[in-house]
Design a protein around this ligand. Structure first.
Ligand SMILES: [Zn+2]
Length: 342
């Protein structure tokens, strides 16, 4: 009961990449970079186990960014000439590559980390991939064409590639494959209209557990400012949860602690496992086990014990390493307290 996991990313050690950045530069190159990525992955597998988490991830140590890490293995994308583009409905600017031709996978994307993860923990494993709609929102396009139809076509093309990698991750022995779709909280109508369909295409044929993570973004200033404009009640989930409840996806990861999401929206996910965000990633203050257990208690009003999985609100990539480590421990201790309480 109350199996714990992180949303996905963890801070990179300072010998691997720049710290506290969303798009950090690597500090190694060539074979040394490959070795450093593997070393950092191992380090965080051990740290998650030591903290007491039940479901272990790779901490996304081998990808520069949760979207672009995947895109680097896709043919048909021009990484040489990146352009500045406002992403998540112009919430912040990012330097993004262009889609210039038909998309194809060059080969495996995450074989190294997934196989390392499977070989070095006997606990359940979770692996994250970006969702098709969020990918479409994080690239510029010169191939699929303007407008909604072009976006849908491009999303479906990415969904096919994600599906190839997801099936391979399943064959590597991964137990839970999670697609990250922060864009669902930005383009709610499109998400319900075609985002969920693209997601299901990405998960097609998987027999392992499937999940989607929807959040209000990393704890960076642009997101904190945006959240301040959303008012006292955040009801974005309300528009997409009914479509997700009807979908083939097994688990939904959402933001709760310190957010203004009304807890009762969880009831819209009837029948699904809910990964409840009990750790705030926009604050360096470490949650107490009591706070974590309290959030779990509030969520239990709307989801049964068997379906509740305590999690972090979002990834922890841009945070300090020491803060992230303490938050992992708080997550595990809080879930333990909740097991006694409930
Ligand atoms: Zn997130």
């Amino acid at each position: 009961m109350f199996s714990t996991s992180i949303a996905g990313s963890l801070p990179k050690p300072e010998w691997l990449a720049e710290t506290q950045k969303l798009w950090p530069q690597w500090k190694q190159a060539g074979a040394s970079l490959q070795q450093a990525k593997a070393d950092a992955t191992l380090l965080w597998i051990k740290a998650q186990e030591d903290a007491g988490l039940d479901i272990i991830g790779d901490g996304e140590q081998a990808r520069q960014h949760f979207v672009h890490g995947f895109l680097e293995q896709v043919e048909g994308i021009d990484f040489e000439n990146k352009v500045k583009m406002g992403i998540r409905n112009n919430r912040y600017d990012a330097m993004v590559p262009h889609v210039v031709a038909k998309l194809r996978l060059k080969g495996r994307v995450h074989a190294m980390e997934a196989q390392l993860l499977r070989a070095h923990t006997s606990r359940k494993t979770k692996f994250t991939l970006p969702g098709p709609m969020t990918i479409v929102d994080t690239v510029a396009d010169r191939f699929y064409g303007e407008g909604k139809e072009g976006r849908i076509q491009m999303a479906m093309a990415f969904a096919e590639l994600l599906n190839q990698e997801a099936l391979a991750l399943q064959a590597d022995g991964i137990d839970i494959i999670q697609f990250d779709e922060p864009a669902f909280n930005v383009y709610m109508e499109d998400a319900a209209d075609w985002g969920v369909k693209a997601l299901e295409r990405a998960a097609q044929g998987l027999t392992c557990t499937t999940a989607v993570h929807i959040c209000y973004g990393y704890g960076i200033q642009a997101n904190v400012d945006w959240k301040n404009t959303l008012g006292h009640e955040w009801r974005q989930y309300e528009k997409v949860f009914p479509a997700l409840a009807k979908s083939s996806i097994d688990q939904v990861s959402l933001e709760c602690f310190h957010s203004h999401v009304p807890m009762d929206l969880i009831a819209l996910l009837k029948g699904k496992d809910v990964m409840v965000g009990v750790i705030d990633v926009a604050s360096d203050v470490i949650e107490t086990p009591e706070e974590v257990a309290d959030t779990i208690g509030k969520a239990l009003q709307f989801v049964s014990k068997e379906h509740l999985f305590p999690c972090t609100n979002c990834g922890m990539a841009p945070m300090g390493r020491d803060v992230a480590w303490k938050k992992l421990k708080a997550l595990a201790k809080g879930a333990e307290l909740a097991r006694q309480r409930f």
